[in-house]
Write a protein that binds this ligand. Structure first.
Ligand code: NDP
Ligand code: MG
Length: 387
């Protein structure tokens, strides 16, 4: 029986993970859950999965939750950052699903690694900000970082049985988001509700906007650099609107291996939870006779500069990816609040990156300081746009 903690249980990945876990009660047991504000859903999850310990984002939310549970319940309820870190390190767990969105996922993921837990990693921002630190600590604690992001799971699956030195390059595929065929003028008119409609995947709001700007693919390039210890020049991106080929590896003999399947996050989640085993997932078969024609296109970095910004930040290294990530988070939040236009996003992030001095210090303290600085800087730039 594998004992599992989920950080971000009320989100898109959290729900898919609980679906896989709930369908395999003989294999998996939930021991701890952490959510943010959605107390109602967390309560439902507690009723079904009976964790020993849970956390919510604030004291008020934790209180609301405790009021909704029967008086004789034995569940420990925590809140805030400390609560989240305690959940992440909860001793009973074998593996922690890291599925909080954004930089808030970093510290609890590190807490889980330090506590010796294997990580099923959805929270790519952790790798973008602190990939080097994650790898160092994971090695020290002998824990596995198992990718949940579908592209990285694809690469990880293709690499099974292969020697990393035989890898020529990896090719990350990208759906391209809803605006892949838009011209520059159409992009200027993009409305929030259009950007929130992803053609292939149903995901949280932040990653959905990142997919529309191609920043998501940029973050994934940096994520791949650390997950597979690759030089940035060995990471290519191809737009593949059908999202059937989830990514590919090319080996030194010219062989290209791809992992394919219908787009359903329960596939990579189940693989991360059962690796190196596989389980019956009851997921629809891929019927290539019925799928649309598979296309592969070069990403247009003029129309979608976020991908270029992320490559540059990844090459620069040090704290620059943390700055990219923080600027993106603040700018995306402003777009979600309808304070800026879709086409404003790359320019704002670029301004913050330009104000940052690229250095190779990547200690945790520097990363956290850079994240903090970039958030303030981005807010300053947003203020100037408004006035
Ligand atoms: P969602 O927005 O759907 O879910 C985020 C989860 O994190 C929710 O449970 C939310 O709680 C919780 N949360 C957010 N902030 C905090 C906080 N400060 N403290 C505690 N909990 C918090 O996001 P997704 O599930 O879409 O994405 C999660 C991560 O997985 C992201 O890093 C994303 O990039 C990555 N990912 C997602 C994919 C997808 O298909 N969705 C695919 C590949 C990667 P609440 O809702 O209760 O407030
Ligand atoms: Mg992905």
């Amino acid at each position: 029986m594998k004992k599992i903690t989920i950080l971000g249980s009320t989100g898109s990945i959290g729900l898919s993970a609980l679906d896989v876990i709930g369908k395999n009660p003989e294999r998996f047991q939930i021991v701890a859950l952490a959510a943010g504000k959605n107390v109602k859903l967390l309560k439902k999850q507690i009723d079904i999965f009976k964790p020993k310990i849970v956390s919510a984002s604030t004291k008020e939310n934790a209180f609301k939750l405790s009021q909704s549970l029967p008086l004789n319940n034995k569940i420990k309820i925590l809140y805030g950052k400390e609560g989240l870190n305690e959940i992440a390190a909860f001793p009973a767990a074998d593996i922690v699903v890291s599925a909080i969105s954004g930089a808030a996922g970093l510290m609890p993921t590190l807490a889980a690694i330090d506590a010796g837990k294997d990580i099923a990693l959805a929270n790519k921002e952790t790798m973008v900000m602190a990939g080097e630190i994650v790898n160092r600590r994971a090695k020290l604690k002998k824990v596995k970082i198992l990718p949940v992001d579908s592209e990285h799971s694809a690469i990880f699956q293709c690499l099974q049985g292969e020697k990393i030195e035989n890898l020529r390059r990896i090719i990350l595929t990208a759906s391209g988001g809803p605006f892949i065929n838009f011209n520059v003028n159409q992009l200027k008119q993009v409305k929030l509700n259009q950007a929130l409609k992803h053609p292939r995947w149903k995901m949280g709001k932040k990653i959905t906007i990142d997919s529309a700007t191609l920043m998501n693919k940029g973050l994934e390039v940096i994520e791949a650099k650390w997950l597979f210890n690759l030089d940035m020049v060995k990471i290519d991106v191809l737009i593949h609107p059908q999202s059937i080929v989830h990514s590919m590896i090319e080996l030194i003999d010219g062989s290209v291996l791809a992992q394919m399947g219908i787009p359903d996050m329960r596939i990579p989640i189940a693989y991360a939870l059962t690796y190196p085993e596989r389980i019956i997932n009851n997921i629809e078969s891929l019927n290539l006779l019925k799928t649309e024609k598979l296309e592969f296109l070069k990403p247009d970095i003029k129309k979608f500069p976020c991908l270029r910004l992320a490559y540059e930040a990844g090459i620069c290294g040090g704290t620059t990816p943390a700055v990219l990530n923080a600027a993106n988070e603040i700018a995306v939040a402003a777009f979600l609040e309808r304070k800026i236009k879709f086409v404003d996003l790359p320019g704002i992030i670029d301004k913050v990156l330009n104000a940052h001095v690229c250095g190779n210090d990547s200690s945790l303290e520097s990363v956290i300081n850079a994240d903090f600085w970039a958030r303030i800087k981005t807010k300053e730039i947003l203020e100037r746009i408004k006035s």
